[in-house]
Design a protein around this ligand. Structure first.
Ligand SMILES: O=C(O)CCC(=O)C(=O)O
Length: 283
């Protein structure tokens, strides 16, 4: 992992709070990127062979227990990543879950959604993120191969998409009806093309989607979920995040497993986890 040189961390920190996302360039070094890309593309290929069009809109959703190459664990627990959180004022982050999402060549767009389901808790409506995604795209991304799209500010402000969203992505995942509003172009949206090895950090409440992959190459990414200031979070939120934790692959070396396990949240109080809700911001 590279020692990241961002001169203006304050600007990045302000963007993340205001827009709901920011990009930190050049985080993965060439060797880690090559290993991640090989392993990520391979998992995506296996998924496509096995599952065919299941989750056509996403491409694949391969979770941590299946990420057997140790490089995934190395990236999850990399001191560089934790140092980035610290520089953004998001220290004390716990790690719960991760996925390889891999769009095959010539696959449809991903629908608008957020990764936050704790809207039942009042803290969802104030500024600070309780969950962040860290997305590492493993190829350079463009509009043509399915770069990320976001609606800046939608982590805190209500958007028309929030009024049509439904839970359960079954109909959306099969991408059968691309005329649905969850697949639409919206005037406020912004493309987030990146270089392979950059990391996109986003507030889990942010509305995001991806363009179709219209190229002949696979477009893979690793997305990881972190929870800054875990120890200070409300108890029901902590209890919820405990339910997100995924088993670590037994194929990882003990050292890698221990480094990731040290980032897992710890909560033993009696609070009930929050119900899964998709309310979205109020105003
Ligand atoms: O496939 C992408 O580019 C976006 C992935 C995504 O939306 C997610 O991880 O929630």
């Amino acid at each position: 992992m590279n020692d990241v040189q961002v001169l203006d961390w304050e600007t990045r920190a302000a963007e993340l709070r205001r827009d709901g996302f920011c990009v930190v360039p050049g985080v993965l070094d060439a060797d880690v990127l090559r290993r991640l890309k090989e392993a990520g593309d391979d998992l995506g290929e296996q998924w496509t062979k096995r599952a065919g069009d299941f989750l056509r809109a996403q491409g694949s959703m391969v979770s941590v227990p299946q990420l057997e190459d140790p490089v995934f664990g190395e990236v999850i627990a990399a001191p560089t990543v934790l140092a980035i959180f610290d520089r953004l004022g998001l220290d004390g982050a716990a790690f719960t879950a991760g996925y390889v999402i891999s769009k095959p060549a010539r696959s449809p767009r991903l629908f608008w959604h957020f990764d936050w389901y704790g809207w039942e808790h009042e803290r969802s409506y104030d500024g600070e993120p309780m969950q962040l995604f860290a997305m590492y795209y493993l190829t350079d991304t463009t509009r043509e191969n399915g770069c990320l799209r976001v609606i800046p500010g939608s982590h805190l402000r209500r958007h028309a998409i929030h009024d049509v969203m439904t839970d359960g992505h079954v109909a959306l995942s099969s991408a059968e009806d691309l005329s649905r509003p969850e697949f639409a172009d919206w005037p406020e949206e912004r493309d987030v093309p990146v270089r392979a090895g950059d990391v996109v950090l986003g507030d889990a409440r942010l509305l995001h989607a991806a363009h179709a992959n219209e190229t002949d190459d696979r477009r893979s990414l690793l997305t990881l979920w972190y929870h800054p200031h875990f120890d200070a979070l409300p108890q029901p939120v902590k209890a919820t995040f405990m339910t997100y934790v995924q088993e670590l692959p037994s194929a990882w070396p003990e050292e890698t497993r221990a480094a990731v396990a040290a980032l897992h949240p710890a909560y033993s109080g009696g609070a009930e986890p929050l119900g899964r809700t998709i309310t979205g911001p109020r105003a």
